[in-house]
Design a protein around this ligand. Structure first.
Ligand SMILES: [Zn+2]
Length: 137
């Protein structure tokens, strides 16, 4: 099977029906759902799930170490979007996510500046609002 479609990213339209992986770390399961403003409840335990990038591929539910790795990455704001390393010539190179749990901490450390925690507006605020006031519209 060729994977030519990987390079031509489909544009995301408003109201599109693309499904995104929503994970429940309690059940260690992934459910593919259309994007939603609010976290969707897990169909099995009804805890809010976390929506990840479509690149995410779910580990098997038995694979606890892989789920720990995913949990670790998500906790640090890595939702399986692409991260980039800047090469010496200034080019940006897409970096694969760590395969093993043991590799996750160094990955998080190196790419922390690209974490969702450092991106604005995507994730919920972390309760620390002393840096800037939200009333500058
Ligand atoms: Zn669940």
């Amino acid at each position: 099977m060729s994977q030519i479609q990987l390079l031509s990213k489909p544009k995301t339209k408003r109201g599109s029906t693309y499904l995104f992986p929503c994970v429940c770390f309690g059940c260690r399961k992934t459910f593919r759902k259309p994007p939603s403003e609010t976290p969707r409840p897990c169909p099995e335990c009804s805890k809010p799930m976390i929506m990840l990038n479509r690149k995410f591929s779910s580990p098997k539910s038995r694979d606890v170490e892989q789920w720990k790795k995913v949990d670790y990455l998500v906790q640090h704001g890595f939702y399986f979007f692409s991260v980039y390393r800047t090469a010496e010539n200034g080019k940006k190179i897409s970096v694969p996510y760590p395969v093993r749990l043991a590799d996750a901490p160094s990955f998080v450390k190196e790419f922390m500046s690209q974490s969702a925690r450092h991106r604005r507006g995507v994730e919920e605020p972390e309760g620390r609002s002393q840096t800037s006031s939200p009333s500058d519209a």
